[in-house]
Design a protein around this ligand. Structure first.
Ligand SMILES: [Mn+2]
Length: 455
């Protein structure tokens, strides 16, 4: 589609230049031959003629279906539109007009200069600012031999993806920088992510931090760690700052739904090629942190999401999001299903000893598909701890509140609206019949009882 750009000065030419629009170079229609000559000299296409006469438009429109943009001020605009319409009655027309201008009437779309600035000038400015920011951080990390990119203790997809993206932004692919955590990647989806996308997350000791020349932190801030950090080199995060962020360079944007969105903007601003592997990681990071754009996602998150969606490997993403159950746990699941109890819409299942700590959460997700189960409460023991995972399908009581009320006096308990968990030391557990005690306490809390007295 070719565009016909009608203006009585060089405003449109200055803004848009000779760059193709809609796949073809646009043609400028201007009143002064000198301006048309200047546009042609600079590589554009232009026609000069009386903008209020039909003739110039007969030359500009070839098919009559070209889209026209008209940027001519108020008084002369009506005559310009009338002449244009005679030559190309079917052409879609966009008029650039001030908010106060009289409506041009007829079959045209009006675009205010403010909107033009918001859609064209602001994104370009933001991109330029981001470009400058990336240049600064590249310069800061350029000479470092050993670079550490720290993420939280139980790294989530947003953190893992952001760390991988920062490596790419800094031009330090495999081996050039360590993605480090003091903890381990726990949840099965997150383990699947690192395995399927081949991302190395290294467990490091707090004392090892000083072995690195440069330390960056993504999706977290130094104050979030129990271990003391001195001033580090870089923090990129979307959590609100709880304490002044001690870093030479920092980019903290609490309005963003995911740190992956910030890194996606970095990659786009400097035109780094985003591989399917990196796009998949970042897309999953944004999905996980915003519950697929349903929670706390902004315009920026949606833009990044749309950009990454076109580049990601969706087969890999499906395999990550539906983690496989190791065959060894199927017997456990079979037993749990046999011993399940469904009471007032709450499905209880106790696994007994379980092979890894995320299994209770995995089964709680799975069993929520059972008809009639508005809640699932799945428990299991590992090492010295009892883990209780709770899910609901949407309820007027938040899962986190109910779990805190039911088990808060015994150990760590809490969570969000739809998912929560409690972790209790077995020695603090008040009774022998674990399954019966869990259901009694949970139901009492759910029905509004205080759940504080022992079993
Ligand atoms: Mn995050």
């Amino acid at each position: 589609m070719r565009y016909v750009l009608v203006a009585d000065d060089d405003l449109l030419w200055r803004m848009l230049g000779p760059t193709p629009l809609g796949g073809e170079q646009p043609i400028y229609v201007v009143p002064r031959p000198a301006l048309a000559a200047r546009i042609t000299r600079r590589g554009g296409r232009a026609l000069a003629g009386d903008l209020s006469a039909e003739r110039v438009y007969r030359r500009a429109f070839v098919s009559g279906q070209e889209a026209a943009v008209v940027a001519v001020p108020g008084a002369r605009r009506a005559r310009v539109l009338a002449a244009l319409r005679k030559a190309a009655p079917a052409a879609p027309v966009v008029v650039v007009a001030d908010e106060g201008d009289p409506t041009p009437g007829g079959d045209v779309t009006v675009l205010s200069p403010t909107v033009l600035a918001e859609r064209v000038v602001e994104p370009a400015l933001e991109r330029a600012l981001t470009h400058a920011r990336v240049d600064r951080l590249r310069a800061h990390f350029e000479r470092a031999e050993r670079v550490l990119i720290m993420i939280q203790d139980d790294p989530d997809p947003d953190a893992i993806a952001s760390a991988l993206a920062l490596k790419v932004v800094l031009g330090r692919t495999r081996g050039g920088a360590t993605i480090g955590t003091f903890g381990t990647v726990g949840r099965p989806e997150n383990r699947a992510m690192t395995r399927i996308l081949d991302i190395d997350v290294e467990r490091i000791a707090p004392t090892a931090v000083r072995d690195y020349d440069r330390v960056a932190m993504v999706d977290a801030q130094p104050a979030f760690f129990e271990e003391a950090f001195g001033e580090i080199d870089l923090v990129i995060d979307h959590h609100p700052a709880e304490a002044p962020v001690r870093a030479r360079l920092k980019d903290v944007r609490p309005s963003y739904g995911a740190t992956s969105t910030i890194l996606t903007e970095y990659l786009r601003a400097v035109d780094v090629k985003v591989s399917p592997r990196l796009a998949t990681a970042l897309l999953y990071g944004i999905k996980a942190d915003t519950l697929a754009l349903e929670r706390g996602a902004t315009r920026a998150d949606m833009d990044a999401f749309a950009f990454l969606h076109g580049l990601a490997n969706h087969g890999a993403l499906r395999r990550i999001e539906r983690p496989e159950l190791p065959p060894a746990v199927l017997d456990l699941l079979a037993e749990a299903i046999t011993r399940r109890r469904l009471v007032d819409g709450v499905l209880f299942a106790h696994l007994g000893p379980m092979p890894y700590r995320e299994l209770a959460a995995q089964f709680a997700d799975l069993l929520l598909q059972v008809e009639g189960a508005d809640w699932t409460v799945v428990s299991g023991a590992i090492e010295s701890e009892l883990h209780i995972s709770v899910r609901n399908v949407g309820h007027d009581r938040a899962a986190g509140d109910v779990v805190r009320q039911a088990f808060g006096d015994l150990g760590r308990a809490g969570g969000h609206r739809a998912m929560a968990k409690a972790v209790i030391q077995q020695r603090d557990w008040p009774a022998d019949d674990v399954a019966a005690t869990i259901s009694a306490r949970f139901l009492r809390a759910l029905r509004g009882g205080r759940g504080r007295t022992g079993a």
